[in-house]
Write a protein that binds this ligand. Structure first.
Ligand code: SF4
Length: 214
């Protein structure tokens, strides 16, 4: 079996509760969404078909036990599901970063889900697949709101309350779009009293916002 891949690399996990940890990334090609602030448009097309065995040999060479499967939208390729299972079988700690449009139902339960909920300024909030929120597990899954403005932050707060996300998740991530006023979002997070984590994209501060393969 094979997957269409944009890049495979070893870096620092820039986001989530795992931020700062060395991590291997498998970035799949293609995404059915078109978020206006998307920072990985280069994954929409192209890529290269790579067999599972080739991917595993690259990961083995990196020697890192934490692997994130990302995109694009990683769950849009049907063969990703057996790939995730094989990663788990091989003993990797597996993170799945998904845009929230595709069902997470068939993801191996040993993998942790980091589920984006698209906010209004993304232009894609209508395409959130809400049943995914019902599958989140408090011991290992995380939910992420990328916020571009205060209206997005208000939407995030309403969604957290409506779906009881503080009880359903290990972590709620509030991730400002790179380049917006961080102080305004940070102050709102502080004042909210909500148990959320301000999620800055560490890799962009280290290598710059446009660097690829980091
Ligand atoms: S879901 Fe992710 S990859 Fe797809 S358009 Fe949105 S930000 Fe980009």
């Amino acid at each position: 079996m094979e997957l269409r891949i944009t890049e495979i690399f070893l870096s620092i996990q820039g986001e989530s509760s795992h931020a700062g940890r060395p991590c291997s990334f498998v970035r799949l090609t293609g995404c059915p969404m078109r978020c206006v602030w998307c920072d990985s448009e280069y994954t929409f097309t192209g890529g290269e078909k790579i067999t599972f065995e080739e991917i595993f040999s690259k990961l083995e060479a990196f020697g890192c036990r934490l692997v994130e499967v990302t995109g694009g939208e990683p769950l849009a390729q049907k063969d990703v599901f057996p790939f995730i299972t094989e990663l788990c079988d091989r003993g990797y700690e597996v993170l799945i970063e998904t845009g929230g449009y595709v069902s997470t139902e068939n993801v191996d339960p040993r993998a942790s889900i980091i589920l984006d909920v698209k906010c209004p300024a993304s232009g894609e909030a209508e395409r959130n697949y809400w049943p995914n929120l019902g599958r989140l597990r408090p011991e290992m899954d995380e939910v992420k709101f990328v916020v571009a403005d205060l209206n997005d932050w208000k939407f995030a707060k309403r969604t957290i309350e409506k779906y009881g996300l503080t009880e359903r998740t290990k972590e709620i991530l509030v991730s400002p779009v790179h380049g917006i006023d961080l102080v305004q979002i940070a102050e709102n997070v502080v004042r909210s009293g909500l148990p959320v984590r301000l999620n800055l994209q560490l890799h962009k501060f280290i290598w710059g916002p446009d660097a690829r393969g980091v």
